[in-house]
Design a protein around this ligand. Structure first.
Ligand code: ADP
Ligand code: MN
Ligand code: MN
Ligand code: MN
Length: 416
């Protein structure tokens, strides 16, 4: 959609809080107001310009964008908080909006809230209330300004975590003194696949057919190799704006598949950041008219699946002599392979076949620089005698609260 940009008339209509008469507002007086707004950096370029009435394909005139970009800070202290939680499937993200009387900096300043759990598969109709506890806040890249995204977890009215609330258990593990003193770091590689809306077939793939075999697509460039880069890149910037600890992105082996990495993040933060990043991705793909799937094997056959490799280290693994600690951790992980696999995502058996850079789901293996193992240790870690390990088993649809919590439990708290 072509946009004609011109200085906005919006600014001339702005009134400071409490002001009644627009006419008493001289051009000289707007200047500090404009500068003040610019300093805040909220959706800067779009707020200063207005999009002329655009003719859309069905002949209607689109002026909604002006309102979406409207900066309300000169008129009110109130902000919009988007409360986000995980729904009944354990993988769907839900959210609703609420006005908060003034900007906040910490989740403890926010009220608890509730929703109808019978509509998300999380409560029976006759006792449907689920309570949202605000746990982490991020800046809202869609609304800008002081508006926020709030990652919540979910409780019964009596204060018990509901079954899909995996954060509560993880927070318990991460507050254990032994775990706290080991400062566990997680670097999560979230892979995902983009689908064409109506046909549910990967982006860039011919409908009813297949692209050429894998090879040229991984980290590729060009219209015949890279499909959906704008979504990956828009998401990257949205994450940085929001305050998510995103560390990189890349195009994946299967065309239409992408990855972003979050971390290293300490303890429970890894889960909060991955969930917020997933929410942003759902919103961006919604805007782009593309469907996001976290299915671990979206296309059967000679096509890579989608994982969520979890890189992990403790303080003692990162210090001299750490490789011995890593080997001990790997030993513990080998003994609890079954428990881990059952917590690493639905449908992972379709992905962990022993082919396409995976290890078989039924056996545990580890190796240095080997991408066909359950656990990979990098060359660098071996050479330095300290560092981190990569658990390659988690599926793209894993719950990061479950996986990070279990890794810490098995390697720090659990004894064979
Ligand atoms: P790969 O080579 O497997 O594709 P990536 O570069 O995609 O690896 O991801 C590696 C992740 O590991 C990054 O998110 C990075 O921040 C994280 N990481 C680096 N060092 C550590 C560490 N010591 N402990 C945990 N995670 C780490
Ligand atoms: Mn990676
Ligand atoms: Mn990858
Ligand atoms: Mn990896």
């Amino acid at each position: 959609m072509a946009q004609i940009l011109a200085p906005s008339a919006q600014w001339q209509m702005r009134l400071p809080k409490g002001s009644i008469e627009a006419s008493s507002f001289t051009p000289k007086m707007w200047k500090p107001l404009v500068l003040k707004q610019n300093k805040k950096g909220a959706i800067r370029s779009s707020a200063k310009f207005r999009v002329f009435a655009l003719q859309s394909s069905d002949g209607t005139i689109n002026r909604v964008e002006q309102l979406l970009n409207l900066d309300v800070t000169p008129y009110t202290d109130k902000i919009i908080a988007e409360y986000i939680w995980i729904g009944g499937t354990g993988i769907d993200v839900r959210s609703k909006s609420r006005t908060i009387s003034k900007p906040v900096e910490h989740p403890s300043e926010l009220p608890k809230w509730n929703y109808d759990g019978s509509s998300t598969g999380q409560a029976p109709g006759e006792d449907s209330e689920v309570i949202l506890y605000p746990q982490a806040i991020f800046k809202d890249p869609f609304r800008g300004g002081n508006n926020i995204l709030v990652i919540c977890d979910t409780y019964t009215p009596a204060g018990e975590p509901i079954p899909t609330n995996k954060r509560a258990r993880a927070a318990e593990i991460f507050s254990h003194t032994k775990v706290v003193s080991e400062v566990p770091w997680f670097g999560i590689e979230q892979e995902y696949t983009l689908l064409q809306t109506n046909v549910k077939w990967p982006l860039g793939w011919p409908v009813g057919g297949y692209p050429g075999p894998q090879g040229p697509y991984y980290c590729g460039a060009g219209a015949d190799k890279s499909f959906g880069r704008d979504i990956s890149d828009a998401h990257y910037k949205a994450c940085l704006y929001a305050g998510i600890n995103i560390s990189g992105t890349n195009g994946e082996v299967m065309p239409g598949q992408w990855e972003f990495q979050v971390g290293p993040s300490v303890g429970i933060e890894a889960g909060d950041h991955i969930w917020c990043a997933r929410y942003l991705l759902e919103r961006i793909t919604e805007q782009a008219g593309v469907v996001l799937t976290l299915d671990p094997k979206p296309i059967e056959g000679d096509w890579n699946g989608a994982g969520c490799h979890t890189n992990y280290s403790t303080k003692s693994m990162r210090e001299d002599g750490g490789f011995e600690v890593i080997k001990k951790a790997i030993h513990n992980l080998s003994l609890r392979h079954k428990e881990h696999i059952s917590a690493y995502g639905e449908g992972n058996e379709r992905r962990l076949t022993g082919k396409h850079e995976t290890a078989s789901i039924d056996s545990f293996s580890w190796g240095v620089a080997n991408r066909g193992c359950s656990i990979r240790v990098g060359r660098e870690t071996e050479k330095n005698g300290k560092g981190y390990l990569e658990d390659r088993r988690p599926a793209s649809n894993m719950d990061p609260y479950v996986v990070t919590g279990l890794l810490a439990e098995t390697t720090i708290l659990w004894e064979p």
